[in-house]
Write a protein that binds this ligand. Structure first.
Ligand SMILES: [Zn+2]
Length: 312
C-alpha cells in the first residue's frame, strides 16, 4: 500500500447522531476506497471525549475525536495516526497500537462501538456472513484474528527462509574423519585416565585397576609409594594416569574437554566445528562404569571476509 496516496484520503469526520451504546471508549466507522485499482478497506477509530484527556495536540470541539485509521488490503494492514496534522504510521497490530496509547493511563481500550452500517461493511471485507458481527466486540475480535494470522504467516516464512540458509551451509559439510572420535578418546581426553585403588590400612597390597586399559592389578605399597591425586604410569598399558583412592572418588565424576576440528568444506571454504566431550564416571569409579558423550556445539563457516556461526 502506498502511504503517500493513503494519506491523501480525506480524514474522517464522525457522522452526526452516532453514540456508543455502552460507553465504549472507541467508535469505529468503515469505508471502502479505491487506490491504484486496489480496494482498500478503511477503518476509522474515534475516541470518546472522556477517553481523550490530554492525548491530543489539537483538540477539536466534537464529541468524538479522530484517533487512528487502519487501512486493510488483502493480507496487508497499516495504521495511521490522525490525531494531528502530521502523518505518523504504525505497523503493529491494532491491539498493540492501542496498548501503546494506554501507557498514558487508559488501559480499557478494547471496547469498540460500531454501527450496523459499519459492521456490514466490515463483514464484506472480512468475508463473513451478513449478521455475524453483532457488535463492535466481534469486529474487534475479527481484526485481532486477521492480524495475528498475518503475523503467524510472516513468522513461518521468516523461519523457512532461515532454514533454507542453514541448509545451504550444512550441505557443504564433509563427514568427520573416521578416527575423530578415537582421537577424542586417545588425545583430547587423555588426561582422564586413572588407577583407582582400594586403600587398606591393614595391608600393604592394594587392589587397583586402570580405567584406560581396564586391567586389574595389585599394588605393593612397599615398592610403590602412592597417594590420592599423585601422577604415575599404568604398569600394564603405560598410560600416564592419576592415582585415585576409591573412597575419595566422587559418586559421579565428569571430565570435560572442548575440542575443535578445522575442515575444508565441499566448496573449498573452511569450517571450524567445536565439540564438548564428557567422560562421565558413575558409581564411585566402579569398573567399566563410564560413558562418553560428545556433543557438537557450533559450526563456524569462514569465507574470504566474513564468517557465519551456527550454534546447536
Ligand atoms: Zn592401563
Amino acid at each position: 500500500m502506498n502511504k503517500r496516496l493513503l494519506s491523501k484520503i480525506n480524514r474522517p469526520t464522525l457522522p452526526q447522531g452516532i453514540h456508543s451504546k455502552h460507553d465504549e471508549n472507541l467508535i469505529a466507522t468503515a469505508e471502502f476506497k479505491v487506490i491504484e485499482h486496489k480496494r482498500i478497506f478503511v477503518l476509522n477509530i474515534f475516541t470518546d471525549k472522556n477517553f481523550d484527556a490530554g492525548l491530543y495536540e489539537n483538540k477539536r470541539l466534537n464529541e468524538y475525536y479522530p484517533f487512528i485509521r487502519i487501512f486493510f488490503h488483502k493480507n496487508k494492514y497499516i495504521t495511521q495516526d490522525i490525531r494531528t496534522d502530521k502523518t505518523k504510521w504504525y505497523t503493529g497490530k491494532m491491539s498493540n497500537v492501542l496498548e501503546y496509547f494506554s501507557f498514558y493511563g487508559y488501559n480499557n481500550t478494547d471496547t469498540l462501538y460500531a454501527s450496523d452500517k459499519t459492521l456490514r461493511k466490515a463483514e464484506l471485507f472480512f468475508n463473513v456472513n451478513v449478521g455475524e458481527f453483532k457488535s463492535g466486540k466481534e469486529l474487534y475480535k475479527a481484526i485481532r484474528i486477521f492480524q495475528n494470522n498475518i503475523l503467524h504467516e510472516k513468522l513461518i516464512e521468516k523461519h523457512s527462509k532461515e532454514f533454507e540458509e542453514i541448509d545451504s551451509y550444512m550441505k557443504q559439510l564433509r563427514k568427520l574423519p573416521k578416527n575423530f572420535y578415537k582421537w577424542i578418546m586417545d588425545t583430547a581426553l587423555r588426561f582422564s585416565r586413572y588407577i583407582i585403588y582400594d586403600y587398606n590400612k591393614n595391608s600393604r597390597h592394594f587392589k587397583a585397576y586402570c580405567t584406560h586399559c581396564g586391567k586389574d592389578m595389585m599394588i605393593d605399597s612397599r615398592n610403590l609409594k602412592i597417594r590420592n591425586n599423585k601422577n604415575g604410569k599404568c604398569p600394564l598399558c603405560q598410560s600416564s594416569i592419576t592415582y585415585k583412592a576409591r573412597k575419595k572418588f566422587p559418586q559421579v565424576k565428569i571430565d570435560s574437554v572442548w575440542c575443535s576440528i578445522l575442515q575444508k568444506t565441499k566448496d573449498n571454504k573452511f569450517v571450524l566445528r567445536t565439540f564438548k566431550a564428557d567422560k562421565i564416571y558413575c558409581g564411585r569409579g566402579e569398573k567399566e562404569n563410564y560413558r562418553i558423550i560428545v556433543a557438537e556445539l557450533c559450526r563456524t563457516f569462514y569465507y574470504k571476509d566474513k564468517y557465519k556461526c551456527f550454534e546447536n
